[in-house]
Design a protein around this ligand. Structure first.
Ligand code: HEM
Ligand code: FES
Length: 351
């Protein structure tokens, strides 16, 4: 973890983010219920709340899922990513409110336990028209609960970053379950052009953003680097790397961030130890590479976080010859010091 990250554990920016989020949601629910009463004065408050919480949760899930690709495509979206977990937990709370109201409204009036009733009152799993769509919502809610409950860094540390990441990929399963929940449920029982259009638009926007971000990353990964006589590979002209920033290259499937700073060049793995954030999209602040996602920091020469933090990323040997940067293709053990290459290098050409 970084010094900077420690300092932002609960700061003005987070409070502002949460306050904005709560205000937007309160405004959304108010407008939703207001329009609902205006268009259909006979609608009950429970029905309007069930639908208000449902659509707010689904909308918020779309925003959560769009933030990642948006940040990969344009750095100006990074402030949204900073506290994305708060939005994730909020999505769960909204989904929970909707699910509980739904259970009370549709399953609490009989003599069967509402949760049991959810699964036994309709068992036509083979019918598309009468599919028990609520079960899909229930399983999505369980996934959202798992993700919200493990969202804190405590779990990230205890589960390890790769396991945590794999677990949190379940959000896409939850999304697919919810698309099924809405398509087989609300859209069949009460067809609404607005909900149908919103659902299709949501899916199209999400898929397009993910594809665009994936193509962009594939372009980086697909760029073939030229291997030279002693194994070093050519990266780019040093002038193409802005001061205190990096260029990202891919070697043997591993992304490397090559930073230029204070007349020197260093290369470290592009993958942040926190949540795999792209270090090469960050900047050097106070002499440390600073992850653009949550501010973890690493020294560019050693890939080690500044004391007292313990995170380490692999480093790579670097040369600058006649204004061109070369790096060794194989990473050093995480945290290994590598002498930075001076930008005005007097070394012999390697070709
Ligand atoms: C135990 C879990 C759940 C139950 C029992 C449940 C139940 C229901 C029911 C009965 C409806 C139809 C409501 C109506 O037509 O008035 C509905 C619609 C809907 N649900 Fe769920 N649901 C659950 C979980 C979720 C979750 C987790 C989400 C989103 C994060 C969600 C999103 C939606 C949406 C967007 C609709 C359509 C709302 C509309 O008609 O405007 N549901 N759900
Ligand atoms: S600081 Fe969170 S991913 Fe890097």
């Amino acid at each position: 973890m970084s010094v900077q990250y420690g300092a932002i554990s609960w700061n003005r920016q987070k409070k502002f983010y949460d306050l904005t989020l709560v205000s937007l949601l309160a405004a959304y629910l108010g407008i939703f219920v207001g329009i609902g009463i205006w268009r259909n004065p006979n609608a009950t408050a429970e029905t309007l709340l069930i639908r208000g919480f449902a659509t707010a949760a689904f909308l918020s899930l779309h925003v959560v899922l769009c933030i990642g690709p948006l940040c990969r495509l344009d750095r100006r979206f990074l402030p949204l990513l900073y506290n994305r977990r708060h939005l994730g937990v909020t999505t769960f709370i909204l989904g929970l409110a909707h699910g509980v109201f739904g259970l009370i409204q549709f399953h609490a009036l009989g003599n069967v336990n509402p949760l049991l009733s959810l699964f036994v009152s309709n068992t036509r799993y083979r019918s598309l028209a009468d599919f028990p769509f609520q079960a899909l919502g229930f399983f999505a809610l369980i996934i959202l609960f798992l993700l919200a409950a493990t969202s804190h860094d405590f779990w990230l540390r205890n589960l390890s970053a790769p396991t945590w990441k794999r677990l949190h990929m379940l959000v896409y399963v939850a999304y697919a379950l919810l698309v099924g929940h809405v398509t087989l449920g609300a859209l069949q029982s009460e067809p609404s052009p607005l909900l149908t259009t919103a659902l299709i638009l949501g899916v199209v926007i999400l898929v397009s953003l993910h594809l665009a971000a994936a193509f962009r990353e594939k372009r980086v990964d697909g760029t073939k680097l030229q291997a030279l006589k002693d194994g070093f590979v050519e990266v780019c002209k040093v002038d193409l790397i802005p001061e205190k920033r990096a260029t990202i290259v891919s070697m043997s499937g591993e992304r490397v961030a090559v930073f230029r700073y204070d007349g020197k060049v260093s290369a470290i793995s592009n993958v942040c130890q926190h949540q795999n954030g792209p270090l090469g999209e960050g900047r050097i602040i106070d002499g440390c590479v600073t992850c653009p996602w949550h501010g973890y920091q690493y020294k560019p020469e050693s890939g080690a976080a500044p004391a007292p933090f313990k995170e380490k990323v692999p480093t790579f040997q670097v040369r600058v010859v006649d204004g061109t940067v070369f790096i060794a293709p194989h990473p050093k053990v995480p945290g290994t010091y590598v002498e930075p290459a001076p930008v005005q290098s007097m070394q012999e050409p390697v070709g």
